[in-house]
Design a protein around this ligand. Structure first.
Ligand code: ZN
Length: 628
């Protein structure tokens, strides 16, 4: 604070008219009555960052803001595209919500400058999806529902982050509470003498008891109750499905993630609660805790360095796995140790995303996923597209229906883009494609964050084209429509959730299609041990399915079951090894997690011949001291 005051009295000697300086999450907010300072905030913020090593935002004092109605008129006259306009009184921001992708506004923008000058409000463009999205509406309500409370939270978070350090940072330890020699319940505790951070907070799909479903918080309950921060790498349930549970038990600290992850995570958790209720079981939390969790999230951008505790800074990088997935870089102490946690990553360009980042400023420890560590994928993505085309053609020619189970986020959009391209290139006959389940909502959310998608998709969105739409795609909205598809003659492709046949509308289709050899089931994603999908892949042909009246019947599987591996959002074995070869700089420690034991052991063996690092394959509850 003193440095800030010194800056305004000596470095920038003018009537600064600072009315308030306070913490706002990972940055310092400086409120001013001075119009010039408010206008030159870009430059001032830059100068202050290099001076005090904290991010700064300059905000207008309420006394220089025009009344909202007046400001709205000015803003509407300056913005040509159609939009919703609302005001965030606590931050002094005018939020311009639009789905016109050509609309941009940056702080240095002439239009933005003029709006600021004329109104005292700072304009911010927020994209809304090109398709209606209930999640987006819910999120908007939650985020803007009580801005004062949100600001209070940000202040508390800031005060904690920038507290004077009590203990010097001399070591860093990581404890694995899940996803160790296992796929599922990703969660690890990073500890220094000063702070405690939880990386991911997921559940284990397919687990039969709650002790196996949750990360082992019970083993470190004191630390979990005193966390400084949680970082979520991406919006899959096995990485964030348990997060609201932490809030249920009293956690009130910050959650750092990327903006699309916030939207997708909310969608997944609300759906998870709904599915549990439908199945007569209980989710370990309710919508109330999801809401509290959202109020505590602090969305970051790729590449921005943020202090999250007195001695830990993080930077998020593209992971290429799903929309908003990130590789987390942690800088611990002042140059003491650097950790790169890959989360789930894909080291190959897909139709949806750019490949994962592999160069980092520093990295002594690399904690890497190993899902496909034992599985070389014999085909590239391009070859896999040809294989998928072959299967679809085969089933269409014999008049069969094709069922493709997909996860709502990631595989659904990728396969939609693949199928759309196959139609356009005339590689497969044109048949209707029905989209059912949560993937419709997930796709809508994809259209709100084009800047996180592949360059090619971004270009399409920049021209206001919805890259995920096709004349042959029909979203299924109700049971009547579903029944029509089930009773229809002729071929069709159905993409539906859940991707591992653990529930969702896909099971209804499977039940109807199962006993006809003409039909085909095509797996395009990883099937976790214990799931129904995995059982079918193993050749089990009698499976129990709920009949909708609470009874279970045994279904005989006669339809053709196929798999195409090359579309996975995870890196194949070759890609994991290539990543190790390319990873810069060479890490001292390599820690392999998020893989079944065979995958981890097989990858560890080969990795030892590729890089000179010490290699660890921790078990659940193991702790590693990274600095020793
Ligand atoms: Zn994932």
């Amino acid at each position: 604070m003193n440095e800030v005051i010194r800056y305004f009295t000596s470095v920038s000697p003018r009537e600064a008219a600072i009315t308030k300086i306070e913490f706002e999450g990972t940055r310092l907010a400086i409120y001013t009555k001075n119009q010039d300072l408010f206008m030159e905030q870009d430059q001032v913020a830059r100068e202050l960052v290099s001076l005090i090593k904290k991010r700064v935002v300059i905000r207008s004092d309420p006394s220089i803001r025009k009344p909202q109605e007046e400001a709205a008129e000015v803003i509407k006259s300056k913005i040509s595209h159609s939009s919703n306009l609302f005001f965030d009184e606590t931050l002094g921001e005018a939020i311009i919500e639009t789905n016109d992708m050509t609309a941009t506004i940056s702080e240095s923008d002439e239009v933005a400058m003029e709006i600021m000058k004329l109104t005292g409000w700072k304009p911010r463009v927020v994209r809304s999806p090109l398709m209606t999205s209930r999640t987006f509406e819910r999120l908007r309500n939650y985020v803007y529902w009580d801005p004062r409370e949100k600001l209070e939270i940000l202040r508390n978070v800031g005060e904690r982050i920038f507290r004077a350090q009590t203990f010097t940072t001399e070591d860093v330890t990581v404890t694995f509470l899940g996803a160790a020699r296992q796929v599922g319940r990703s969660a690890m505790l990073v500890e220094t003498s000063e702070s405690r951070v939880l990386l991911d907070c997921g559940l284990a799909p397919g687990a039969s008891s709650s002790i196996d479903m949750f990360p082992r918080f019970d083993s470190r309950i004191d630390e979990i109750m005193n966390l400084d921060a949680v970082v979520i790498s991406h919006a899959h349930l096995d990485h964030m499905g348990v997060l609201p549970f932490l809030f249920k038990y009293g956690y009130r600290g910050p959650v750092f993630l990327l903006e699309p992850t916030l939207a997708l995570m909310t969608m997944e958790q609300i759906d998870y609660i709904g599915v549990a209720a439908k199945e007569g079981s209980f989710a370990p939390y309710s919508e109330q805790e999801v809401r509290t969790q959202i109020q505590h999230t602090i969305p970051l951008r790729y590449g921005t360095v943020s202090n999250i505790t007195p001695d830990i800074r993080i930077t998020l990088y593209n992971a290429g796995h799903i929309l908003g997935s990130s590789i987390v870089h942690l800088h611990v102490g002042e140059g003491l140790h650097n950790i790169v946690y890959t989360g789930d990553y894909k080291f190959e360009r897909s139709r949806t995303l750019e490949p994962s980042v592999y160069k980092f400023p520093r990295a002594e420890t690399l904690i890497m996923e190993a899902t496909y560590g034992a599985n070389p994928v014999p085909f590239t993505r391009v070859e896999s597209e040809a294989i998928l085309a072959g299967f679809v053609k085969q089933a269409v020619e014999r008049g069969g229906k094709i069922l493709i189970p997909v996860a709502a986020i990631g595989r659904a959009q990728e396969i939609m883009l693949v199928v759309k391209a196959l139609f356009e290139q005339k590689f497969i006959p044109e048949v209707p494609v029905f989209l059912d389940g949560l993937l419709i909502e997930a796709t809508a959310l994809h259209t709100a964050y084009p800047e996180y998608l592949s360059q090619e998709l971004r270009m399409a969105f920049d021209q206001n084209l919805n890259a995920f739409a096709s004349d042959l795609f029909t979203p299924v909205k109700n049971q009547t429509q579903r029944d029509e598809i089930l009773n229809s003659q002729g071929s069709a492709v159905i993409m539906s959730t859940s991707g591992m046949l653990e529930g969702g509308p896909v099971l209804g289709y499977l039940k109807e299609f199962a006993n006809d050899e003409k039909n085909m089931l095509i797996f395009v994603m990883y099937q976790v041990e214990g799931t129904m999908g995995r059982k079918l892949l193993k050749g089990i042909r009698e499976i129990p399915l709920a009949d909708g009246n609470g009874k279970t019947e045994i279904i005989q599987i006669k339809l053709q079951v196929e798999r195409v591996d090359g579309f996975s959002g995870h890196s194949s074995r070759q890609q994991l090894l290539n990543y190790l070869r390319r990873f810069t700089p060479k890490p001292r420690n390599l820690v392999l997690i998020h893989g079944e034991p065979e995958a981890i052991d097989s990858l560890a063996k080969t990795a030892s011949r590729i890089i000179p690092s010490r290699i660890y394959a921790p078990r659940c509850l193991d702790s590693l001291s990274l600095t020793s």
